[in-house]
Design a protein around this ligand. Structure first.
Ligand SMILES: [Zn+2]
Length: 225
């Protein structure tokens, strides 16, 4: 999933972007054009020190909407070995290079059920991790429509409805069971990445005029075939 930007006029459900590391922006003119920059700089510094994943990964080309790989449901991982660790490392490197907050394996052309994330929630708590063979076991709470973008649909976003709370169960690289709880923006990220692994994208959830407008924007996008 793409880094959050300030909501476009006319969208609802989103709040002004708050930098997850430096606190909320105050005033009405302080929302930066590239709100993720401070976050990104801090992330790159941490990568150089090897304290977060992705340091040794290879940035792989992103699969964009229109490629059948993005529309194919992924398969469960059965081998928890060094190749899986390398995949996760490459996914982190690719996500950071693209300034995303989440990435699913099929977005780099690998049809396995794996996603990675480095995403703040609405309380500015940073969540970093990966899930292998994730299952969305809970998605509930209020439904919020907020601006959502995707690294596989570069330059686009649309007000998309998501539950405010989500729980994902799966496994770590080691095969150990993991449970990830998310609220707010992070819950949105978890639902977005689970959709990817089933061959979906956020645009599938749009209805009415939002869907029609988004389809026109996709058709006009430079990357759209
Ligand atoms: Zn996405």
């Amino acid at each position: 999933m793409r880094t959050r930007r300030a909501p476009a006029p006319g969208t609802c459900g989103g709040s002004a972007y708050r930098d997850p590391l430096t606190g909320p922006n105050r005033g009405t003119t302080s929302v930066p054009a590239r709100p993720a920059r401070a976050y990104q700089d801090r992330t790159l510094a941490a990568m150089r020190h090897g304290s977060i994943p992705g340091t040794h990964g290879r940035v792989r080309p992103l699969i964009l909407l229109g490629d059948p790989l993005l529309r194919t449901a992924c398969e469960d991982v059965t081998e928890f070995g060094p190749e899986l660790a390398e995949l996760v490392e490459d996914m982190f490197a690719t996500m950071y290079a693209a300034e995303g907050v989440g990435l699913a394996a099929n977005q780099i052309g690998v049809g396995l059920r794996v996603f990675v994330y480095d995403c703040p929630d609405d309380d500015d708590v940073r969540h970093v991790g990966h899930v292998v063979n994730p299952r969305l076991v809970e998605a509930d709470g209020v439904v919020l429509r907020g601006p959502e973008g995707c690294l596989s649909l570069p330059g686009l976003e649309a007000g998309t409805e998501r539950y405010d709370h989500a729980v994902v169960e799966g496994r770590a690289l080691t095969g150990e069971p993991v449970t990830v709880h998310g609220t707010g923006w992070f819950a949105r990220c978890l639902q977005h990445e689970c959709d990817h692994l089933d061959g979906g994208v956020y645009a599938d959830r749009l209805t009415g005029w939002r869907r029609r407008r988004h389809l026109r924007q996709v058709a006009r996008a430079s990357w759209s075939g």
